[in-house]
Design a binder for this molecule. Structure first.
Ligand SMILES: NC(=O)c1ccc[n+]([C@@H]2O[C@H](COP(=O)([O-])OP(=O)(O)OC[C@H]3O[C@@H](n4cnc5c(N)ncnc54)[C@H](O)[C@@H]3O)[C@@H](O)[C@H]2O)c1
Length: 457
């Protein structure tokens, strides 16, 4: 393929050399004459393992050249990759001026190009940037996105120091696109790169790099805080984290990585609280570990806010224990939600097939008496009664029997705290606690309205 790459810094230089290594013809473009000259002399613009040899051999084979002329770059390629810098301001706002500058240049060049062109944003940008880039190109070129050109997101995951190796061995290749043609072209471009090829919505691809890097920061900060607690106790933190990493079922695994409701149960709240208190007593400051509980409490409040926003007073809670398959009510987060709603005067009905109130004894009975003394009056073991007598159905666990609810109870409000439904065509109103609206029913509003409608009663 013939490719142009805008920006010949770390990402652009590595991308240019690696694309040429994959057999493609690459034209690099930069506003820096020095960087353009370096590439044209067969030299890299950066210091990086293995890059010198790659750039020299690509240049010698006639597969890599550079220019300051953006028209030449666009006219002689079918795909332009944007790899310019995206610095942030002191307040944390992203400066996209370089991206928009390149968009204007590409737009100018496309004005007198007849062939379809693909623009890929490789720089790290916030969701929505590809829309804006498309608008700029349309405005400058007079061409139409989707007909004459398309804009896709193709985020870069390399680390400096191992950039060439990372480029050639990514964890996966991600393309955010609404164009089948662009997806096909990218499959062709990266056909010799190992790892899964993932095509997703553009905004999913755009946010990915921020999610990855913030999580990496979280891992480091958490690990350092564990290290600081261990040090204060005279424990070898490296041994602790080495063992931690051996748990591939819960620790290093997809487990718990599904946005949803607050955690609860008899262990997580208790043990994380104990570690916080231990750190406090040792005079070790652990801001990340301390922030976990407030975040969990916030998620309960988010559930209350969503339920209240429906403007209905009869609320049916489907599932009371902290997860499916258990009757353990201790620290079940939905109990806190139910308490708040009861306190505000909402009419609550609860269904949980595992909590047989008449048979509740021991720990659970003590817990109910202390936390929810009215439970005996509002809990039912008949799902249909609860659904019929409620306007808002709050699904709090993934019991199979809840899957039928949209079909059996049209026209209600469903508040889904666990992503019980993956795709929905529902006549009523649906809202998930932490994901976009997945209800494809044309009669329902796609956008989730954030303004609060207070129930009047
Ligand atoms: N460096 C990394 O490890 C890394 C990894 C993944 C993603 N990223 C992201 O990739 C993007 C680029 O990062 P970088 O480290 O390569 O930046 P960089 O500063 O090293 O390089 C940017 C290049 O773009 C050039 N440029 C600016 N405006 C231009 C224009 N109008 N036309 C052509 N060239 C222009 C600059 O002269 C410079 O050579 C950023 O969004 C960054 O966040 C960086």
């Amino acid at each position: 393929m013939n490719i142009s790459i805008f920006g010949l810094g770390y990402v652009g230089c590595v991308g240019a050399a690696c694309c040429a290594r994959l057999g493609h013809h690459v034209i690099g473009n930069d506003i820096s004459e020095n960087r353009v000259n370096l590439i044209n002399q067969g030299k890299p613009t950066i210091i990086e393992t293995d890059i010198e040899e790659l750039v020299r051999s690509a240049h010698d084979q006639g597969l890599l050249e550079a220019t300051m002329d953006h028209r030449y770059a666009v006219h002689n390629s079918e795909l332009s990759i944007i790899a310019v810098g995206t610095p942030i301001s002191r307040e944390g706002h992203l400066d996209l001026s370089y991206i928009y500058g390149v968009a204007r240049q590409i737009g100018e060049a496309l004005a007198d190009k007849d062939e379809f062109h693909i623009i890929a944003i490789r720089s790290t940008v916030l969701p929505g940037t590809s829309v804006k880039v498309g608008e700029i190109i349309e405005e400058v070129s007079g061409k139409v996105r989707g007909e004459d050109f398309t804009v896709v997101s193709n985020p870069e995951f390399l680390r400096e120091g191992t950039a060439v190796h990372d480029y050639m061995n990514p964890p996966f290749t991600l393309i955010g696109t609404d164009s089948e043609y662009a997806e096909r072209k990218f499959r062709e471009l990266y056909k010799d790169i190992p790892g899964e090829f993932i095509a997703a919505d553009i905004e999913v691809a755009e946010i990915m790099k921020y999610v990855n890097n913030t999580y990496h920061g979280l891992k480091i900060a958490f690990t350092n805080e564990v290290g600081n607690i261990c040090k204060a106790l005279g424990i070898d933190s490296h041994k602790v984290m080495e063992i931690f990493c051996k748990d591939r079922q819960l620790n290093l695994s997809p487990y718990y990585f599904k946005p949803g409701f607050a955690y609860g149960g008899s262990c997580l709240p208790k043990d994380s609280k104990a570690l916080r208190t231990l750190a406090h007593d040792l005079y070790v400051d652990v801001p990340v570990i301390n922030a976990i509980n407030p975040s969990n409490e916030r998620q309960k409040k988010n559930a209350v806010d969503i339920i209240e926003s429906k403007g209905q007073r009869r609320i049916g809670i489907l599932g009371l224990s902290f997860k499916s398959g258990t009757d353990d009510l201790r620290c079940s987060p939905i109990i806190d939600v139910a308490e708040i709603l009861l306190g505000k005067g909402y009419e609550i009905r609860i269904y949980d097939k595992n909590v047989r109130i008449s048979q509740t004894a021991g720990i659970n009975a003590d817990f109910i008496t202390a936390k929810l003394p009215h439970l005996y009056e509002i809990i039912s073991d008949d799902l249909d009664t609860v659904c019929e007598e409620s306007d808002v159905l709050v699904v709090t666990n993934k019991e199979k029997e809840f899957a039928e609810i949209p079909a059996r109870y049209p026209h209600k409000c469903i508040v889904d705290l666990v992503r019980q439904f993956t795709e929905l065509d529902y006549d009523g109103n649906y809202e998930g606690i932490s994901w976009e609206n997945i209800n494809i029913n044309p009669a329902q509003q796609k956008k989730i309205v954030r303004t609060m409608i207070k129930a009047e009663f």
